[in-house]
Design a protein around this ligand. Structure first.
Ligand SMILES: [Zn+2]
Length: 58
C-alpha cells in the first residue's frame, strides 16, 4: 500500500493525488490541467490522516 496525499489547485479546484514518496520540501507541484501551483488543503490533510491511520492499523 502506498500513502498518498491530496493537493488541490486553487484555480480550477481539481485535486491531485501525490505519492508521499514523491513529496519533498520546497518542491512546487503544478496542476496537470492549468499549471497553477497546487496547495495542500485541510481536507487533504484530514484524508491523509485517515490513510495514515489505516496504514498503521490494518
Ligand atoms: Zn488547475
Amino acid at each position: 500500500m502506498e500513502l498518498t496525499i491530496d493537493y488541490e489547485c486553487p484555480q480550477c479546484k481539481s485535486s491531485s493525488h501525490q505519492r508521499l514518496s514523491d513529496i519533498s520540501p520546497g518542491k512546487i507541484r503544478k496542476c496537470a490541467r492549468c499549471g497553477s501551483p497546487l496547495v495542500l488543503t485541510i481536507e487533504g490533510l484530514r484524508g491523509f490522516e485517515r490513510a495514515l491511520h489505516a496504514y498503521c492499523h490494518p
